[in-house]
Write a protein that binds this ligand. Structure first.
Ligand code: ADP
Ligand code: MG
Length: 582
């Protein structure tokens, strides 16, 4: 197998050019559309609103003074004064109402143009600048240090929601800044609490925030983001999914749910202010009754909290009915925010569907793709850890210069961490992974995602292609499909078309699959031919063949012995004749 690919070459001989990170940050597109014009209009209206409120206050105090004076003044002059006061007060109220209306219209227009949709009671207004949100000067300084200038749509709406301590269910496209959308209000609240004298005297060592992430890799990434923004403050952040087994005096704890549940008896959740569930739809994917059923784990954690004090926020790139149902059943009043279409893919990722016919066709397609239009680094998704190892072997055989590796659940935690580090440093150009490990990762330079094995649901597709085109950058995603994948292709083709990219018409016209088939498809990815034989598989196969041969030999010996001990009827006959003759 490997010989067949030895002659093929990628033509990648150079390491990817090192980019200047701050240049890259400064060159990226803003995630939201807020024009200078609308900002100016907003400022003017706000000035007016403040002005009218001030005028009203002044009028109120003047009125009080006048009332006092009136007791010693002549009735006729007093009446004249009151009449003129009342007239101008009506003017003030009228103009306040008109300004408020104009302001509301402006904010609603901006909300619409940024495709922010909300549901719930008493929805707070969006913010147009981080400085409009009562974030402390230190946090604002950090944001500008990291070149985060303007809030993204999800941040515009969920920061004010969370600053008002409202339960939130939020969904927004991949790479649109959901981490900061929950991290900033949470850090602000913890800072405020820690500064309060009564709080610091009584609740010093109590945990204030739990952030749940579906994988260790994501927990590590979110932990790093929190550490960046808490640096220099008195807040302590812990990552429970890493080496840490003792949360000590942490204020904010980031972890996978199973670690929390396992140590729940050791964690004091009585003062918990926020329970954040990131990638919530992923966490809800495991079916009830299974060992790692997240709903049960979340239920256990939520039960341990004081419902009066703890607020819950769910964030994901896809809007899952499972999550919505859980929220409606368990949480009293929840505000919902959805940015863009429900369950749509990131439109800044150029998306292509490539028909390859068979598994062998996919091997040729990936070789051609990497040889022609490939700028490392790239992420390649396959459906199982075995296939990840096989694809690494295949790609290495195609070009021994290509720096390729995989991240899969067959590796130890340490190996996985090291691989991620090498990928981030640019030492690995192509990282092959399974979806579970690829989801949510913010690998900002990834320009290409290849779905080598077709994802089995649109949710999975959206998350995979969302590993590129992050923070307003452009990206490219290529998805292969074969005859085996025809059952799955219609829904994915539809998502791609909805994002504005070309797909062959016949794919959209294919028959819909039934609900039961869909469920079945989610549980089992299609069976596929092996991509390549890896060393362990070769050894395993040799062993199996040897065992089978040994067993066959044993069986034939037994059979021979049986035949020897049991004389055939002809032999018996011959023996009888011999006896008679004698
Ligand atoms: P998501 O969770 O929505 O997939 P992340 O929170 O991982 O996305 O953010 C993706 C990238 O966008 C990160 O590198 C982050 O620093 C950057 N980012 C976050 N908010 C903004 C913003 N308002 N403007 C520009 N970049 C942002
Ligand atoms: Mg995220």
């Amino acid at each position: 197998m490997s010989l067949a690919f030895k002659t093929l070459s990628f033509g990648i001989k150079k390491a990817p050019p090192k980019k200047n990170e701050s240049d890259a940050r400064n060159n990226r597109k803003e995630l939201s559309t807020i024009t200078e014009d609308s900002l100016q209009k907003f400022d003017e209206l706000r000035e007016k609103m403040i002005g009218t409120v001030e005028t009203k206050k002044k009028k109120d105090s003047k009125k009080k003074k006048m009332a006092k004076k009136a007791s010693i003044q002549l009735l006729s002059s007093r009446k004249r004064q009151y009449e003129s006061d009342e007239e101008s007060e009506n003017d003030v109220e009228e103009s306040t109402g008109a300004v408020e209306k104009k302001m509301q219209k402006l904010l609603d227009d901006i909300r619409r143009s940024n495709r922010i949709f909300t549901w719930g009671d008493h929805l707070p207004n969006i913010i147009l600048r981080f400085s409009d949100s009562n974030l402390s000067p230190n946090l604002l300084k950090k944001l500008s240090e990291y070149s985060i200038r303007q809030p993204s749509p999800i941040q515009m709406q969920s920061i004010p929601f969370m600053m008002e301590r409202r339960n939130v269910l939020a969904s927004a496209p991949t790479g649109s800044g959901k981490t900061l959308a929950f991290a900033l209000p949470v850090i602000e609240e913890v800072l405020g609490l820690k500064q309060r004298a009564d709080y610091s005297s009584t609740k010093t060592s109590k945990l204030l925030v739990i952030v749940l992430e579906p994988t260790r890799e994501l927990a590590a990434q979110t932990y790093t983001e929190f550490v960046k923004y808490c640096d220099g403050s008195s807040i302590s952040v812990a990552n429970f999914s890493g080496e840490e087994t003792d949360i000590g005096t942490a204020d904010i704890l980031v972890s996978t749910p199973n670690r929390i549940v396992f140590h729940l008896d050791k964690i004091d959740t009585s003062a918990l202010r926020w329970l954040i569930v990131d990638e919530s739809d992923r966490l809800f994917e495991v079916v009830e009754g299974q060992d790692k059923c997240f709903r049960n784990q979340l239920g256990a954690i939520y039960k341990a909290c004081d419902a009066k004090c703890t607020r819950v926020a769910f964030f994901s790139a896809t809007f899952s009915h499972e999550v919505e149902k859980w929220c409606k059943e368990n949480i009293d009043s929840i505000g919902m925010v959805c940015v863009g279409e429900r369950n749509s893919s990131n439109t800044s990722v150029k998306q292509e569907l490539t028909y390859c016919g068979t598994e062998d066709g996919k091997k040729i397609a990936i070789r051609n793709l990497l040889r022609t239009s490939f700028k490392p680094p790239a992420l390649v998704f396959v459906q199982s850890k075995d296939r990840a190892v096989q694809l690494v072997k295949l790609l290495s055989a195609i070009d021994s210069n290509l720096k390729v590796d995989s991240i899969n659940s067959g590796k130890s935690d340490k190996e996985r961490d090291e691989t991620m580090e090498r990928f981030r440093r640019g030492e690995i150009w192509v990282l092959v992974c399974t979806e579970v490990l690829g989801r949510g990762l913010d690998l900002s330079d990834v320009g290409l995602v290849i779905n080598y094995d077709l994802p089995t649901s649109i949710v999975s597709y959206i998350h995979r292609v969302g590993r590129t085109g992050r923070a307003g950058k452009s990206g490219h995603a290529v998805t292969y499909f074969t005859d085996t994948d025809m059952k799955y292709i219609k829904s994915i083709a539809t998502v791609i078309r909805q994002s504005g990219f070309e797909v062959p018409e016949y794919l959209l016209e294919m028959k819909k699959v039934s609900r039961d088939t869909k469920k079945e498809m989610l549980k089992h990815a299609p069976k596929r031919h092996k991509i390549a034989m890896v060393k362990e598989q070769v050894i395993k196969r040799k062993k199996m063949l040897a065992k089978a041969a040994a067993e066959e030999k044993k069986e034939s010996v037994v059979e021979m012995k049986k035949n020897i001990s049991k004389p055939t009827p002809e032999l018996k006959k011959k023996k009888m004749i011999k006896k008679k003759k004698l």
